[in-house]
Design a protein around this ligand. Structure first.
Ligand SMILES: [Mg+2]
Length: 181
């Protein structure tokens, strides 16, 4: 299992401005639900929603980069004020490069979490890379950190907490949920 030393993780986390998430197998467990008309439904974990809100409150930009294009995904992404919402992407590497370039970001300023082979090209480029516990073996061996939770089971929330803790921002992010305000 891949991982980098904590010191390197802290250094990389400090540079992050934007967190991008794959959707199938990361924000979902990879399951696809269809009704009898063929309309797709997706199941998201509410803990990931809170994690993305915490990241935003800490000043991080949060977005999705997905091969999937679906009304359910668009709805959830808009509900969480995600930006960018890059969906229906056939070539994630090209889309990632175009996004970074158009926003004037450097590769080191973007964190990415993905679970399967189409994500490898992005995971290899970004400043800080993550995979859920149940990601493909090829993905788990290349990322900076493999997380403990599986896709669709709060892994994005776990990633955000790891980044914010490494930046020393977790206590501040957590404060609105305590009684001492
Ligand atoms: Mg995926």
């Amino acid at each position: 299992m891949a991982s980098i030393p904590d010191r390197d993780f802290v250094r990389r986390a400090a540079d992050i401005e934007c967190v991008l998430c794959d959707v199938d197998g990361v924000l979902t467990d990879g399951g696809l639900y269809y009704d009898r008309r063929g309309h797709g439904m997706l199941r998201f974990d509410s803990r990931d929603g809170l994690g993305l809100r915490l990241a935003q409150a800490a000043g991080l930009r949060t977005g999705v980069l997905s091969g999937r294009s679906s009304p359910a995904l668009d709805h959830r992404a808009r509900e969480l004020d995600l930006d960018p919402i890059l969906t229906g992407i056939a070539d994630k590497g090209a889309a990632f490069d175009a996004f970074v370039e158009s926003e004037g970001l450097s590769l080191r300023q973007v964190a990415y979490i993905g679970d399967d082979l189409p994500d490898l090209v992005v995971l290899a480029r970004c400043g800080l890379s993550f995979a859920p516990a149940d990601a493909a073996a090829e993905v788990r061996t290349v990322v900076h950190r493999v997380l403990e939770r599986p896709g669709g089971g709060g892994v994005v929330r776990e990633m955000v907490e790891a980044i914010l803790r490494a930046r020393g921002d977790w206590d501040e992010a957590f404060r609105p949920f305590t009684f001492e305000r």
